[in-house]
Design a protein around this ligand. Structure first.
Ligand SMILES: NC(=O)c1ccc[n+]([C@@H]2O[C@H](COP(=O)([O-])OP(=O)(O)OC[C@H]3O[C@@H](n4cnc5c(N)ncnc54)[C@H](O)[C@@H]3O)[C@@H](O)[C@H]2O)c1
Length: 437
């Protein structure tokens, strides 16, 4: 039975008279081609073509020059990862390969990208959307409006390059885009403690969903993490290499540990699935469009001073924070997304203020008569916070430009308009109701 399958190659094979193809003579084809070209004088044209192509490629400087000294980052995106993303070469073909000397040749405009901003109706997200739309990109905002507001992006309604989707990132979503800025997550303690289970779900499941999307469509993904990953830090100022001092079971853990897990997931998708990722660790940021009563110290003080209420200082007021104006943060986020370094990068203003010093600046800016009221400190409130931004300075060429004394008045005029504008609306509504009753 098995004899038919026995290996017999070592035995001499019987010769057969059956048809066998002519032996190949590859040189015949080549000599025929050369003879033909010489006869038709086409070789000359081919050689001239090759010479022109060589000349063109030789005069364009290599793009690798721009990365000199920048690839020292331990988490720099490897070339292999760049190449696994089918969209990158297409996206930037028009820009990088022709723009190697830093100039875009006449007639070649920057191609607009398609970008998703989750949490784009929130404070930071809406300012980011403004910048992206202004530079010519198409933006899709994905937001469940938990802390965000349509008012923050309403000025883009009607723009064909803007779309708004009411969606919770805890549920999967399929979109075709080039970049994903993942901001969706309540950021102020009042909001993230409101429903801690939802907060950690947003950070873990929401981030997983967005990373899955990035992997599926080959998009670049940026996570907005936080200085809270350092917890109550034992190192000051905080450098990105510091692993933090975080309470895993406290009331803030849904946010702090949620963001730490989101960072872990981001790095795992990068290392394990080749997704191009970026991580920003954001320090306290303030500016127009912040939620008025979100319990964050700057918005609290400003709203209280405007309403002629005392400024509430928790603890002895000697705990420190650094305050970054929102336009500086947006600049840092865009540089990080466009650059070649994964991070994490601290994005914050290293100017350090105690709560009492901040209260003083608010008094100077809004109401010198404003009183200060001390209250018991909240649980797990970090004593010190100040970013070391050396890495962002060196690798992203970024540093904040707007000082607290310059930024605060811009926020105050927005708050004044919203608080007293709202008040006027309420008063006029009340008058109408009373008169019609
Ligand atoms: N502002 C800061 O000082 C600061 C500091 C550190 C980190 N960050 C991070 O930056 C990001 C933006 O912060 P922000 O200050 O603009 O906060 P924000 O609360 O104003 O914005 C968050 C946005 O995410 C949306 N959102 C929340 N949960 C969602 C969900 N499950 N699905 C879809 N949308 C959801 C909200 O509706 C809101 O529009 C957050 O990830 C935050 O953790 C901010």
């Amino acid at each position: 039975m098995g004899s038919e399958l026995t290996y017999r190659r070592h035995e001499p094979q019987p010769t057969s008279d059956s048809y066998s193809p002519k032996p190949n003579k590859p040189w015949l084809a080549v000599t025929r081609l050369v003879r033909y070209m010489l006869r038709e004088q086409r070789l000359l044209f081919v050689l001239v073509g090759i010479a022109i192509a060589t000349f063109v490629f030789a005069i364009l400087p290599s793009s690798t020059d721009t990365s000199t000294g920048r690839m020292t980052d331990a988490y720099s995106v490897s070339e292999s990862v760049q190449m696994t993303n089918p969209r990158r070469p297409v996206l930037h073909a028009g820009i990088e390969s022709f723009n190697m000397g830093g100039k875009i040749p006449l007639g070649l405009k920057r191609k607009g990208l398609r970008i998703v901003v989750t949490g784009g109706a929130g404070f930071v997200g809406s300012h980011l959307v403004d910048r992206l739309i202004a530079r010519g990109d198409s933006v899709i905002v994905v937001d469940n409006f938990f802390t965000g507001n349509k008012d923050n992006v309403m000025h883009h309604f009607g723009n064909p390059r803007f779309e708004l989707i009411r969606h919770d990132v805890v549920e999967p979503l399929l979109l075709e885009v080039d970049q994903i800025y993942h901001l969706a997550c309540p950021a102020s303690p009042v909001h993230y403690k409101y429903n801690p289970i939802k907060t950690i779900k947003t950070n873990v499941v929401g981030t997983l969903n967005m990373l899955g999307l990035a992997k599926r469509i080959g998009a670049r993904f940026l996570l907005t993490s936080t200085s809270e990953v350092y917890g109550d830090p034992l190192q000051h100022p905080q450098v990105e290499t510091y692993w933090g001092n975080v309470n895993p079971i406290g009331v803030r853990s849904c946010y702090d540990e949620g963001k730490r897990t989101a960072e872990t997931l981001t790095m795992d998708y990068h290392r394990g699935a080749g997704v191009e990722v970026r991580i920003a660790r954001i320090f306290n940021t303030y500016g127009p469009r912040m939620c008025i009563d979100d319990g964050r110290v700057v918005s609290n003080f400003v709203a209280q001073a405007l309403r002629k209420e005392p400024l509430t200082v928790y603890g002895d007021g000697n705990q420190t924070r650094s305050f970054q104006y929102v336009s500086d943060l947006v600049e840092g986020l865009i540089r990080l997304m466009e650059g070649e370094h994964v991070g994490p990068f601290n994005l914050g203003n290293p100017g350090e203020f105690t709560m009492l010093e901040l209260a003083k600046v608010v008094q100077e800016t809004i109401d010198s008569e404003a009183k200060i009221e001390f209250r018991a400190n909240t649980e797990d409130d970090p004593h010190k916070r100040k970013p070391d931004i050396t890495k962002a300075k060196e690798l992203l060429g970024w540093k904040p430009k707007v000082s607290l004394r310059k930024g605060l008045p811009m926020m105050v005029s927005d708050f004044r308009q919203r608080i007293f504008g709202d008040q006027k609306l309420k008063e006029s509504a009340a008058t109408t109701t009373t008169t019609t009753a």
